[in-house]
Design a protein around this ligand. Structure first.
Ligand SMILES: Nc1ncnc2c1ncn2[C@@H]1O[C@H](COP(=O)(O)OP(=O)(O)OP(=O)(O)O)[C@@H](O)[C@H]1O
Ligand SMILES: [Mg+2]
Length: 401
């Protein structure tokens, strides 16, 4: 025993930047390439993955890299209240205004320090060109007033970016699985609104340097396909998955660097096995081991310590990670969800589920739809579902026991 561990270097939590970002080199390379290819190729990416796999952290890293590459960047975490055309357009307008104000502020500071920029450059495309491009997308463009005001706002964001010598304007939208078009023509089509306006800006001659990254649960993939047939080619798909064993090991071991704490080889192997490559789990296991080491006044992570903290890790996992996803559901939705624990798996089949809950088949289908809307399940294909949180089924079994 020597010095006691200091501040906990692990970051279990929503969107918390880890001390060491492991296993995302290829994704970052692809993102950099997309930025470099703009505007000749539209800088759009669709980022999907399960809960806790590291999407928000990756998106933040994209934002930092884009800024470093000279782009003007706006990032929004969408919420269910943004799921109408009007609400989405208003939120984006507010964000654009804030981004423009930020650019002017930086310019004022620079000029006060005597670093005057070059004479303002122009876009080479007028807003009228954007309108022509928008109209060319066809009559199915959602409620054109909203589309026009949104495209005008995005155009202003691009004009401001150019004026302040930025490479372009990049919009990062997290939790984008909540944007979903209604089937009814007169219903809400926020996703179509977004992609058609962005597409209009990217299709002017010459194309404008606008980028869009949509990030969310795997439900986003189907939502996009249903919204517009051309989205298949419009977005580069990036699936954020589990870390491989080498990356998971690095995610666990690297934060210990320079802390004076060391992890036994056997312990590292055990942790890498238990976390199954899920970044949130890596952080949680690490954070709990750290606190336990501190309590025990030791600077070694070993198997004995893991054995002692394991029940606490599982308790915290249930309380912090899993339970909040169930507690907000209605009793009927909870019944169906708990019923899935008895089904054969994977995947969950709606047909099979009907044998495990006392509800009419029609009712089960409606409730499954609501569980998808609530972000607890996602639809793989017609009649087949999976959980959005890793190892969720084990949790349901524990809960049913
Ligand atoms: N590449 C990584 N290496 C190490 N830790 C990571 C990595 N990516 C994410 N984490 C950690 O995993 C946890 C979850 O990250 P994040 O919130 O980005 O996930 P998410 O996919 O956005 O989850 P959700 O779907 O719930 O929003 C955080 O504690 C974060 O520090
Ligand atoms: Mg997230």
């Amino acid at each position: 025993m020597s010095q006691r561990p200091g501040k906990n270097p692990y970051r279990p939590g929503v969107g918390m930047k880890p001390a060491f970002l492991a296993g995302r080199e290829a994704s970052l390379r692809r993102f950099d390439a997309i930025l470099r290819a703009a505007p000749d190729q539209p800088a759009n990416m669709r980022v999907t993955g399960l809960r806790g796999v590291g999407k928000t952290v990756l998106l933040a890293e994209f934002g930092e890299r884009a800024r470093a590459a000279g782009w003007s960047v706006a990032a929004i975490e969408l919420a269910p209240r943004h799921a109408t055309e009007r609400a989405l357009a208003d939120t984006l307008a507010a964000q654009v205004a804030e981004t423009r104000a930020g650019l002017s502020r930086v310019a004022r500071i620079k000029s006060a320090l005597g670093h005057a920029g070059r004479a303002a450059a122009r876009l080479g495309v007028t807003y009228n060109d954007v309108k022509v491009s928008l109209d060319a997308l066809g009559p199915s463009t959602p409620s054109s007033d909203t589309a026009r005001s949104l495209s005008a706002n995005l155009y202003e964001a691009l004009a401001a970016a150019r004026k302040h010598e930025r490479e372009g304007f990049l919009l990062l939208l997290d939790e984008a699985q909540g944007l979903r078009d209604e089937r009814d023509r007169r219903g809400e089509h926020p996703l179509s609104l977004l992609i058609s306006t962005v597409s209009a800006l990217q299709r002017t001659e010459p194309p404008l340097s606008m980028g869009l990254v949509l990030c969310g649960l795997p439900t986003l993939i189907g939502n996009l396909l249903r919204a517009r047939s051309y989205t298949e080619r419009m977005f580069r798909g990036e699936e954020v998955g589990r870390l491989d064993a080498t990356a998971a090991r690095a995610a666990f071991v690297e934060p210990l660097r320079d802390t004076g704490v060391a992890a036994d080889e056997k312990l590292v192997t055990a942790v890498v096995e238990e976390v199954e490559g899920y970044p949130y789990f890596v952080q949680l296991w690490g954070a709990e081991l750290w606190d336990a080491a501190q309590a025990a006044e030791t600077n070694r992570f070993d198997l004995r310590l893991l054995k002692v903290v394991r029940p606490e890790i599982h308790r915290r996992l249930d309380v912090d990670f899993y339970a909040p996803r169930i507690d907000t559901l209605t009793p009927a939705e909870q019944d169906v969800l708990l019923g899935t624990a008895g089904c054969s798996y994977p995947p969950l089949r709606a047909e099979d589920l009907k044998n495990h809950v006392t509800k009419t088949p029609g009712n089960v289908n409606v409730l499954l739809g609501r569980l998808v809307d609530a972000g607890v399940l996602f639809r793989i294909r017609k009649g087949e579902y999976d959980y959005t949180a890793p190892k969720f089924r084990d949790y349901l079994k524990r809960r049913n026991a």
